[in-house]
Structures are given as structure tokens and as C-alpha cells.
Design a protein around this ligand. Structure first.
Ligand code: SF4
Length: 199
């Protein structure tokens, strides 16, 4: 475990989050499976979850609502109404905060209100020292690479290199959240993984 990861785990726990680190992605999935039973799971847009390849195992256990698996009217609203929500973060602050930038605001809404349990899954590549550094990462690494992946007509999508603070109609940076403590009534788990996952 890298030193910033150790600091992050300590700070998240101090604030009341459930925080764990896993060298092995299968051990991380087992940790989540043990805590969710057969509850319906919603998944936010997440390259991390896609790269981890967890969807089939989650589907073998119960209903999974994920607009990346099945595009249908109302899917975002339905996944946001699931009692369990799994997503990643654009950045994790080692002082114990989660930073996300959304276009739709779906991850931001689901991680802040309405769920029984939320699992934020992130590789050590997402961990920054503090909230300003985490915001910089989200803005200059996560958002441009997501704009490039989505082939948006934004200046950052050409090279995926940095934010140009565009006014494009296709701008993906529309809502930003900084979760500093577990939202009231949501059991919030931070699941940190060895290595680099997503962006
Ligand atoms: S504000 Fe515009 S240029 Fe900056 S990351 Fe978002 S979409 Fe890209």
C-alpha cells in the first residue's frame, strides 16, 4: 500500500466512512458481495468498474441497473433509485474526500442522497494529497479523458491532455461534488485498489 493510500484510509475511517484497501480485485469484489446480498445494484458510469469486469458476477447474484450495459428509457433514474450504488471517483483526496465531475449529475445525486449503501471503488492512481489537488486531477485528467472517450466536441477531447474551461454545448463538466463526510443515512464504503484503474 502506498503512503497516500494509508493516509487516505486512516482519514476516511476517522470521518466515519468504511474504508478498505485490497491488493486483489477479487477480494474487493467479495467484500462488496458480502455486504449487499441480493439487493438491486445501480452502477454509475465508470471506466474503473468496466475494467474490473465485475458486472457478470453482480448480475449472477441479483438485479443490476447500469446504462452502460443496457440503454433504455429511464435507466439512469432507475439505477439512481437502487438501494445499493457502485461507482468510482474522478479523484480521492488523502485527507478523506471524494471528488466527482458529472455531465448528467447522476453519480453526484446517487452518492449524496437516497441510497442505503454506496461503494466508491478507486485505484491508487486516483489518490491525491488534498482537495485542491483532487479537483485539479478531476478537471485535468478525468474530465478530458472522458470527453475524449465520448468523442465530445470539446477542446480537451482532441488530446485528452487538460481542461480548456470550454463553453462548448458538449461540455461534460457541469456538476462537481466534494463528499467530505459520509452523507447522513448512507453507509458509504471507500474501496481502494492496488494499481491503476480507470481515469
Ligand atoms: S470544461 Fe470543457 S475543456 Fe474543460 S475538461 Fe470539461 S469539457 Fe473539457
Amino acid at each position: 500500500m502506498l503512503e497516500p493510500t494509508k493516509t487516505a484510509i486512516e482519514n476516511f475511517r476517522r470521518k466515519g466512512f468504511k474504508a478498505e484497501f485490497f491488493e486483489d480485485k477479487n477480494a474487493a469484489l467479495k467484500y462488496i458481495l458480502d455486504k449487499i446480498g441480493s439487493e438491486t445494484v445501480g452502477i454509475g458510469g465508470s471506466m474503473t468498474i468496466q475494467e474490473l469486469g465485475w458486472a457478470p458476477t453482480l448480475q449472477a447474484r441479483g438485479e443490476v441497473l447500469w446504462h452502460w450495459l443496457k440503454k433504455e428509457p429511464g435507466i439512469l433514474e432507475r439505477e439512481n433509485a437502487a438501494p445499493v450504488y457502485i461507482t468510482s471517483a474522478n479523484a480521492i483526496s488523502a485527507d478523506g474526500a471524494i471528488v466527482n465531475i458529472d455531465a448528467n449529475g447522476n453519480r453526484i445525486a446517487a452518492t449524496a442522497f437516497g441510497q442505503k449503501k454506496v461503494f466508491i471503488v478507486a485505484g491508487e492512481n486516483k489518490i491525491e494529497s488534498d482537495i485542491p489537488a483532487a479537483l485539479l486531477r478531476a478537471k485535468n485528467v478525468g474530465a478530458p479523458l472522458n470527453a475524449k472517450r465520448l468523442a465530445r466536441k470539446t477542446p480537451c477531447a482532441i488530446k485528452g491532455d487538460k481542461c480548456y474551461n470550454c463553453l462548448s454545448p458538449e461540455r461534460i463538466c457541469r456538476t462537481t461534488s466534494i463528499i467530505t463526510f459520509p452523507p447522513t443515512n448512507i453507509e458509504t464504503h471507500i474501496v481502494l485498489l492496488s494499481g491503476s484503474w480507470g481515469f
